[in-house]
Design a protein around this ligand. Structure first.
Ligand SMILES: Nc1ncnc2c1ncn2[C@@H]1O[C@H](COP(=O)(O)OP(=O)(O)O)[C@@H](O)[C@H]1O
Ligand SMILES: Nc1ncnc2c1ncn2[C@H]1C[C@H](O)[C@@H](COP(=O)(O)OP(=O)(O)O)O1
Ligand SMILES: [Mg+2]
Length: 194
């Protein structure tokens, strides 16, 4: 894994719930052909499988809490191994959610070359999630869970941004703008990679 991953770009996509990570990742996939791995999507797939593990995960996610680090890291690692031979780059969306997750990822997989920090105001994120909740069917897109997810984001995930800033790989993206304008800035950050 470590050998193969060396020549493949790893981009962390970090931002609050509803900031627009998934939306931007889809556009990156369309333009650059990178592989998009969303930790939340991987977890929801496990829940949808109906497995015992899925049931445990569902209960945690419904409360807006983080699932155990090993569970999510194993899922991401397996998904990366499955794609490493054909992938030009990986977009790791929704991970790391805490500094420890970043450290473990680097030990087991590799180092990111870029962190896209998708930034929107708290009230914007709440509004978007309430709207998404009308159709998403997601058990965590409700007022009570959104508040908990937001609190946890500020407490656990924002320190991730500071952690990688000192390495000079963070690009802050204003996600208050219309989707295509946000993407213009995302594309500039990716084009700036060597
Ligand atoms: N720049 C934007 N302007 C307006 N709405 C947006 C923007 N980016 C995303 N959205 C909407 O906000 C909601 C959350 O976006 P999503 O990409 O699912 O965020 P995340 O993956 O960060 O939770 C979606 O309904 C999406 O359509
Ligand atoms: N890296 C991670 N570590 C622990 N739990 C995670 C995780 N990524 C996702 N989860 C769990 C907890 C989250 O509240 C839930 C939904 O995550 P998500 O789909 O990434 O949300 P969003 O795209 O709205 O930010 O899944
Ligand atoms: Mg998402």
């Amino acid at each position: 894994m470590a050998d193969k991953i060396k020549d493949t770009k790893i981009i962390f996509v970090v931002g609050g719930p509803g900031s627009g990570k998934g939306t931007q990742c889809e556009k990156v996939v369309a333009k650059y052909g990178y592989t998009h791995l969303s930790s939340g999507d991987l977890l929801r797939a496990e829940v949808a499988s109906g497995s015992e593990r899925g049931k445990t995960l569902q209960a945690i996610m419904q409360k807006g809490e983080l699932v155990p680090l090993d569970t999510v890291l194993d899922m991401i690692k397996d998904a990366m191994i499955a794609k490493v031979d054909v992938s030009k780059g990986f977009l790791i969306d929704g991970y790391p959610r805490e500094v420890k997750q970043g450290e473990e990822f680097e030990k087991k997989i590799g180092a990111p070359c870029l962190l896209l920090y998708i930034d929107a105001k708290g009230e914007t994120m709440v509004k978007r999630l309430m709207k998404r909740g009308e159709t998403s069917g997601r058990a965590d897109d409700n007022e009570e869970t959104i508040k908990k997810r937001l609190d946890l984001y500020y407490k656990a995930t924002e320190p991730v941004i500071a952690f990688y800033s000192s390495r000079g790989i963070v690009r802050k993206i204003d996600s208050e703008l219309p989707v295509d304008e946000v993407f213009g800035h995302v594309a500039k950050a990716i084009d700036g990679l060597k």
